[in-house]
Design a protein around this ligand. Structure first.
Ligand code: ZN
Length: 149
């Protein structure tokens, strides 16, 4: 007596509809709990009995794909970006004198530092409390300075 068109064609509260279920991770038959503007708003999953907002399943595989590819690339990209930035900034600082790093010395923005562990770096930021942010070829470090008198 109940046709497919009646089941899924005209949604009504208490009727059936297809919705993506975030718990079951697939598109399943749901009971419509409430409606807004003629479209299902809240639905109850017939499989896990969980109530949640109505949503179509189209977005689910896409989200899974971005999550799996998003684990490696951002790390590689940020390393490349630091090195590129460092090379660009060092190009601008070719004639600047290299100052050996010491916590007793006081550095200012744009100073070129020679650090025994990290190599050559450029002062990117001078902060309160005797701290400087220094861009080295492979990493950015926070160092202390200005500890001498
Ligand atoms: Zn479910």
């Amino acid at each position: 007596m109940t046709s497919i068109k009646e089941l899924y064609g005209t949604p009504k509260v208490g009727g059936d509809t297809l919705s993506a279920c975030s718990r079951c991770k697939m598109e399943l038959a749901h009971v419509i709990v409430s409606m807004i503007d003629g479209r299902p708003s809240k639905v109850q999953c017939k499989t896990c009995k969980g109530q949640h907002n109505f949503k179509r399943g189209a977005g689910m595989p896409v989200r899974a794909a971005t999550r799996s590819s998003g684990t490696k690339k951002p790390v590689q990209r940020s390393v490349v970006r630091v090195a590129e930035l460092w090379e660009q900034k060092m190009g601008e600082k070719r004639t600047a004198p290299m100052i050996p790093y010491s916590i007793k010395a006081t550095f200012k923005l744009g100073d070129v530092i020679q650090h025994p562990n990290f190599g050559v770096g450029i002062v990117e930021d001078v902060r309160k409390g005797g701290k400087i942010s220094v861009l080295f070829r492979e990493t950015e470090k926070t160092l202390v300075h200005g500890m001498g008198t």
